[in-house]
Design a protein around this ligand. Structure first.
Ligand SMILES: Cc1ncc(COP(=O)(O)O)c(C=O)c1O
Length: 365
């Protein structure tokens, strides 16, 4: 099918609808624009996604991770186990608090941390594991929680890409010591920029609230050293509108993924672990041949795609050791970085567009 006369299908299509615009204007007119009633309501409503845990809104997903690691007291000398096959924030949050990221390989059938590799990486200096629910697929939290309990480790779930994903019915963000979500525009729901920490620990939630606001609960009664990572009420109001639509959007993403699973024959479609609820932030196939040629052919047929992530974190400049990748043994990470291609799966895809994506893949490999 030629894409020359058909509209280009972008890899993602963030929604800023009338409801979001009206909500933003309403807040702007109210004059209460920073961490006010909208933020409190957003936190309350979001807690329904994570079995009623405490929710603390911040200004980005990266801030959520960094503040959580700070609140848990991690710093220099501490090792934190993270996947290298992730967005740079997974390593950056660890480095920003002065701790050391220990990169561990992924399981090829989930793109998430391999629990056996996590267990093998624990040392006396390990303080925490940060599994990433990559692409909207939950990490093997049951096994990771067991390992963490055995060694007394904290578990910080990076759920930036996985709003409403679950494993064996328990939602992400409700498993670990804390969960961290992102509301960046391309995520399954957004607030322009924004993030949320979820936790069952009331004391940790309080520390996070202090840390995001200069260490204050009462104005000018600073209790600890803190940052300014507050969310605006405009962002929270947009997030609340998006949250109302999340369930419908998630079902649509899953239906789109089911169509692509059925109709893509020329590439390896994304696996789903037993008991996993995948929310398809990305629909990611593996292409064994020349990936650049494949994505170029797809683009010629009017189908956009993305590669998340072509360079694993341990190969990024700030993570090199004497100009070389460190002593990591990450064969599945390296293979995934070579093979993955994410296809459009956003909720508003039409039947015609879905057919064009599947046909485009099948005729481009
Ligand atoms: C896995 C992962 N972790 C963390 C983040 C950071 O979120 P943010 O961009 O909101 O800071 C992102 C997204 O951008 C992400 O994909």
């Amino acid at each position: 099918m030629s894409g020359q006369h058909t509209e280009f299908i972008p890899p993602a299509r963030p929604v800023i609808g009338e409801a979001e615009i009206e909500a933003a204007v309403r807040v702007l007119r109210s004059g209460m624009v920073v961490q006010g009633p909208e933020v409190a309501a957003f936190e309350q409503e979001f807690s329904e996604l994570v079995e009623g845990r405490h929710c603390v809104a911040v200004n980005s997903g990266t801030s959520a991770l960094q503040l959580t690691l700070l609140a848990l007291g991690y710093g220099p000398g501490d090792e934190i186990i993270v996947p290298s096959f992730s967005f740079a924030a997974s390593g950056n949050a660890v480095r920003l608090v002065g701790a050391t990221p220990v990169f561990v390989d992924i399981a090829p059938d989930s793109f998430c941390l391999d629990p056996a590799a996590v267990a093998a990486a624990v040392t006396p200096r390990t303080v925490a594991v940060m599994p990433v629910h990559l692409y909207g697929h939950p990490a093997a939290m049951d096994k990771i929680m067991e390992i963490a309990a055995k060694h007394g480790l904290g578990v910080v779930e990076d759920a930036a890409q996985a709003h409403a994903a679950a494993l064996h019915g328990t939602p992400v963000g409700a498993w670990g010591t804390a969960g961290c979500f992102s509301f960046y525009p391309t995520k399954n729901m957004h607030s322009l920029e924004g993030g949320m920490v979820t936790t069952g620990d009331a004391q940790l939630a309080r520390t996070l609230r202090l840390l995001r606001n200069q260490g204050m609960e009462q104005r000018y009664a600073n209790e600890i050293v803190g940052a300014n990572m507050r969310l605006t009420d405009v962002a929270a109001a947009i997030g609340r509108e998006q949250l109302k639509q999340l369930s419908g959007w998630t079902k649509q993403r899953q239906a789109n993924a089911a169509y692509l699973d059925e109709h893509i024959t020329a590439a390896a479609t994304p696996p789903v672990a037993e008991g996993a609820t995948h929310v398809y932030h990305q629909y990611t196939v593996r292409v064994a041949g020349d990936r650049d040629a494949f994505t170029a052919r797809l683009r010629d047929k009017g189908v956009g795609s993305g590669v998340y992530y072509p360079t694993p974190i341990h190969r990024l400049l700030p993570y090199l050791v004497d100009g070389e990748p460190g002593p990591w043994d990450l064969p599945e990470t390296e293979r995934a970085a070579r093979e993955v291609v994410s296809l459009p799966v956003f909720p508003s895809l039409t039947a015609d567009q879905l057919a064009r994506i599947a046909d485009g893949v099948n005729s481009s490999v």
